[in-house]
Design a protein around this ligand. Structure first.
Ligand SMILES: Nc1ncnc2c1ncn2[C@@H]1O[C@H](COP(=O)(O)OP(=O)(O)OP(=O)(O)O)[C@@H](O)[C@H]1O
Ligand SMILES: [Mg+2]
Length: 497
């Protein structure tokens, strides 16, 4: 059978900066081929070329054995059976689940929308992914993980033969990942080809046949998965071996900096009478399954959602935080989970985003000092190794992982008392994760109280001093990291009461 995709000598530059140079890739029917590389390596760019979002500057592209002579567009790529699940959520928040799935392919008869039929069809696809979602509710009411599943459904409903999944699991729960992997196995058995991009390297062994590695926009190697190992893959990605995954530092914890007492919030899954303390120089992790109420807790503390009960004390004094600005004024900063919605202004430049929370620092008499803004941003870019041609780059043009670094980085210019990170390493490559951990360590060393929410237990065990486990909006356990295990955390994470 002919190869589904063959790309050779692909080149692509963005305003003179090479994103891809002589890159090759191929995909066979019935295989899952992973495309791996660090943040900014060019993975999404290559996939956007194959799916007609970007045009290539040079190189050959064959789809189903046929040479593609003209540039593809998203429409012609779709007609050739190419479907792509984009790294960034691409849904229309105000439209319903069914409307999103069938956008531009609405169920109409003589120009009239048959909503009932459309909702039923959506339900069918939702079912293949084991999803119990009402197709008639607006997408914005769903948590990020469910939105991601809807995005996946949308692509599946197009019945594509070549399915590109760009970081599909970074926002999914364990159960959803299981369900997705079952669907991938099914698609594979039907002879379709799947291109799979992920920074969660541990999950590859469950689905992947071959891997191709890119580094700095260049092709490195293609390997059969069974003939390689994760350390080999990582060293090909990074260009060197990584020895220490979690750079833990030990410091003495200081006095209590934050106290949360009986906090309740009705938003999302809800937060029910949560109490905890955070100390200076301490890293406190919040573990739990997706939907445990951790993001809701963070949002309530940082003023993004309203709290309906409870008290917050900073340095022993009661504080009222009714809006994010009030939290910032108190020295309490939060890097949110949904970078596109809450964390970044994608239509502004990198420099503007980095200094946005610090306008008072970079401006004088209400006027932004552009030189200072550029200088401060450059420092940040160096510290975090953000891959960008300049500080004037629009944030939407950065690779997904580099956008995440901006979300985390922009708070570091401030004098913080407490910094809260919600899933800080989502979509971040193995080497950059260590950079983010080093930032967290710097905060710790400087006596700042750090709270972080994470769904990756190895990261929690590797970095946190203490762990609060949540389930169903409540705290179900408080654990000391060195005395606990993944199994124990999971036990409390599923302790519904
Ligand atoms: N539209 C664009 N305009 C300018 N530069 C771009 C654009 N799209 C991508 N780039 C640049 O091309 C390079 C490759 O980006 P790409 O998004 O392909 O990386 P990636 O491998 O998908 O990374 P990640 O793992 O972080 O998602 C990056 O340096 C990025 O800044
Ligand atoms: Mg990408």
């Amino acid at each position: 059978m002919a190869e589904l995709v063959r790309a050779a000598k692909i080149n692509k530059a963005f305003s003179g900066v090479m994103a891809l140079q002589d890159v090759q890739f191929d995909l066979n029917p019935g295989e899952v081929h992973a495309l791996l590389g660090e943040n900014g390596a060019g993975k999404s760019t290559l996939m956007k070329i194959i799916s007609g979002v970007y045009t290539r500057d040079a190189g050959e592209l064959y789809i189903n054995g046929n040479k593609i002579l003209h540039d593809l567009t998203p429409q012609t790529a779709q007609a050739l059976g190419i479907g792509i699940i984009h790294q960034e959520l691409n849904l229309c928040p105000h439209l319903t689940v069914a409307e999103n799935i069938f956008l531009n392919r609405e169920f109409t008869k003589s120009g009239v929308l048959n909503e009932k039929k459309q909702n039923e069809a959506a339900k069918k696809y939702l079912k293949t992914l084991n999803l119990e979602i009402d197709p008639a509710i607006p997408v914005r009411k769903l948590p990020v993980s469910k939105q991601q599943m809807v995005e996946i459904c949308k692509t599946l409903s197009m019945n594509a033969n070549i399915i590109i999944m760009d970081e599909p699991t970074s926002a999914l729960t364990e159960k959803e990942i299981e369900d997705l992997f079952k669907v991938i196995a099914m698609l594979k058995a039907e002879g379709r080809g799947i291109i799979y991009i992920s920074h969660r390297l541990e999950e590859l062994s469950r689905i992947v046949d071959r891997v191709t590695i890119l580094r700095d926009g260049r092709y490195v190697k293609t390997l059969n998965f069974v003939e390689t190992s994760l350390p080999e893959i990582i060293s090909l990605m990074v260009g060197r071996a990584l020895t220490e995954k979690f750079p833990r530092i030990e410091t003495d914890r200081g006095e209590k900096i934050l106290e949360v007492k009986n906090l309740s919030s009705p938003c999302g899954v809800g937060v029910k009478k949560v109490s905890f303390n955070l100390y200076k120089g301490e890293i406190l992790a919040f573990a739990g399954l997706m939907g445990a109420g951790r993001t809701e807790l963070v949002r309530a503390i940082s003023g993004a959602d309203k709290m309906t009960g409870g008290e917050i004390f900073l340095r022993g004094r009661p504080v009222k935080i009714r809006a994010p600005g009030e939290a910032i004024a108190q020295g309490l900063f939060c890097a949110p989970e949904d970078r596109k919605r809450d964390g970044l202004c994608v239509k502004m430049t990198l420099a503007e985003n980095i200094t946005l929370p610090s306008l008072d620092i970079v401006s004088k008499l209400g006027i932004i000092r552009r030189k200072l803004e550029a200088k401060k941003s450059k420092e940040m870019i160096q510290n975090l190794k953000i891959k960008t041609p300049s500080v004037d780059q629009y944030v939407r043009n950065l690779s997904g992982g580099n956008q995440q670094k901006v979300v985390v980085g922009k708070w570091l210019m401030r004098d913080a008392q407490v910094v809260i990170f919600d899933e800080p390493t989502r979509g971040i490559d193995v080497a950059s994760k260590i950079e983010i951990y080093n930032i967290i360590n710097d905060l710790k060393r400087n006596g700042i109280g750090v709270m972080f929410v994470s769904s990756e237990l190895p990261e929690i065990i590797g970095m946190a001093d203490r762990i609060m486990v949540m389930c169903n909006g409540r705290i179900t356990a408080e654990l000391i990291t060195k005395d606990t295990s993944q199994e124990e955390i999971l036990k409390y994470a599923t302790q519904y009461s």
